[in-house]
Write a new protein. Structure first.
Length: 219
């Protein structure tokens, strides 16, 4: 004869397990979406070069080859990054004036240096490279989860580094994080562990009920 299950604890555990399983399947859906997104972006690398978008906004331009003209750098932003040979250093991102009152400045990643105080000797000019998300832009994951995602700001990663710098590793769709399968497995494991722990707790409770009171006074 099966023991009676405690109603409230069983309901709580059942809801928690159901939520974990649902999250696991949601992560599997995210994995399918991410694989399709990577395939879509990978095809853009083979498309013809375009003029860098003005204004520099929109995920649809990510990973497209583009060209732009930097009238002159008005400042430099340093960000952690890697050169094409794998060296870790500081990405030097030029904030370029473009003239003509075109709105936001043009951001161009002109290469990597190991010197945190470097001041690149680059006066501007025509730049060719690959479009990437500008530092601080909302990630693809964040925009997918947000109902009112901010538009993705863009920058150009130059093929040719400024004098004294090493070329930055170009944007690659294959580098987009895709850990959804691992997350799904974790949620399913959490659900299984929760069920096992609860069954063990029920078994222990049943044994206590079947065992005469311990510690009772002996005659």
């Amino acid at each position: 004869m099966m023991p009676r299950l405690p109603l409230l604890p069983t309901l709580i555990v059942a809801l928690a397990v159901a939520a974990m399983i649902a999250l696991g399947f949601w992560q599997l859906d995210r994995r399918t979406w991410k694989l399709a997104l990577i395939e879509q972006f990978s095809g853009k690398l083979e498309q013809p070069e375009i003029a860098f978008p003005r204004p520099p906004v929109g995920e649809q331009y990510l990973f497209r080859r583009a060209s732009a003209f930097c009238l002159r750098p008005t400042g430099w932003d340093r960000r952690a990054g890697h050169s094409v040979d794998g060296t870790t250093g500081y990405r030097m991102i030029a904030q370029c004036a473009t003239g003509g009152g075109e709105g936001p400045v043009l951001l161009v990643d002109m290469g990597v240096t190991n010197d945190p105080n470097a001041q690149p000797d680059w006066k501007g000019g025509e730049v060719h490279g690959v479009i990437a998300a500008a530092p601080g832009s909302e990630s693809l994951i964040g925009s997918a989860l947000s109902n009112e995602a901010a538009p993705t700001m863009l920058m150009l990663v130059s093929d040719t580094p400024a004098p004294g710098l090493e070329a930055t590793t170009p944007p690659d769709p294959a580098g987009l994080p895709n850990n959804h399968l691992a997350y799904a497995v974790q949620w399913f494991l959490f659900a299984g562990v929760a069920v096992i722990i609860y069954l063990l707790a029920l078994r222990r409770r049943q044994r206590k009920e079947e065992t005469p009171g311990e510690g009772a006074a002996k005659p």
